[in-house]
Design a protein around this ligand. Structure first.
Ligand code: SAM
Length: 165
C-alpha cells in the first residue's frame, strides 16, 4: 500500500542527524503522467508510458553520445519521501522489515533507480519508457545500463584489489 505520511504498527522512526554529509545537484526534472503517489506504478516497465527527462543547463552537453545506448539507468530523488523510517511495514500488517531489505521510496537518502528504454533524444530532452515517479521528480544522474557493458577483464598483477591500502 502506498504510504502518504503515516507510521504503521511495528514501524520505527529515528531522529535524523542535524547535518548532511554531502550535497547533490539536481541536473534536471522527470516529466511523467503521475501526479499522485497513489497512481504511480511501484516499478517502471519498459512497455510503460513515454516519459520525458529534461536535463538542465549546464549539464546538457553531458548527453553527447547517449543516443548510442538503447537502455539507460536513471537515478532520481524521491523528493516527497520521508527519510526517518528504519523499519517499515509495506503491507501494513505489523510485520516490519529493515529499510535496506526493501525498495521502498522512504529511505535515509531517497535515491531511486530505474532501467529505461531510450526512445528518442531531442536536444536536452530524452524520451524514455520505464519510469515510476511523480511528475516533476528531480533527476540526479544518467548512465548507460550496466548490462550493456562486457564483464571486466580478470584482475592482472599490479591491479588495485579491494583491501589494498
Ligand atoms: N524504481 C525505483 C527503485 O526501485 O529504486 C523506485 C521504486 S519506488 C517503490 C516507486 C514509488 O515511489 C512510486 O510507486 C511512488 O509511490 C513513490 N514515488 C514516486 N515518485 C516519488 C517522489 N517524487 N517522491 C516520493 N515518492 C515518490
Amino acid at each position: 500500500m502506498v504510504r502518504l505520511n503515516e507510521i504503521r504498527p511495528g514501524e520505527v522512526a529515528v531522529e535524523t542527524p542535524a547535518q548532511m554529509d554531502a550535497g547533490v545537484y539536481f541536473i534536471g526534472r522527470i516529466r511523467t503522467p503521475w501526479t499522485s503517489r497513489l497512481d504511480c506504478p511501484r516499478q517502471g516497465r519498459l512497455d510503460g508510458p513515454s516519459c520525458t527527462i529534461e536535463v538542465s543547463a549546464p549539464w546538457a552537453d553531458g548527453l553527447d553520445s547517449i543516443v548510442e545506448f538503447e537502455r539507460l539507468e536513471v537515478l532520481y530523488w524521491l523528493h516527497e519521501s520521508r527519510r526517518d523510517l528504519v523499519r517499515q511495514s509495506p503491507r501494513s500488517d505489523g510485520n516490519a522489515r529493515g529499510v535496506f531489505s526493501l525498495r521502498t521510496p522512504v529511505r535515509p537518502n531517497p535515491i531511486a533507480t530505474s532501467i529505461v528504454q531510450l526512445v528518442k533524444v531531442e536536444g536536452s530532452t530524452l524520451i524514455v519508457r520505464g519510469m515510476d515517479c511523480l511528475d516533476g521528480t528531480p533527476l540526479i544522474d544518467l548512465k548507460p545500463d550496466r548490462t550493456l557493458f562486457n564483464p571486466l577483464a580478470p584482475p592482472q598483477p599490479g591491479d588495485f584489489q579491494v583491501g589494498d591500502p
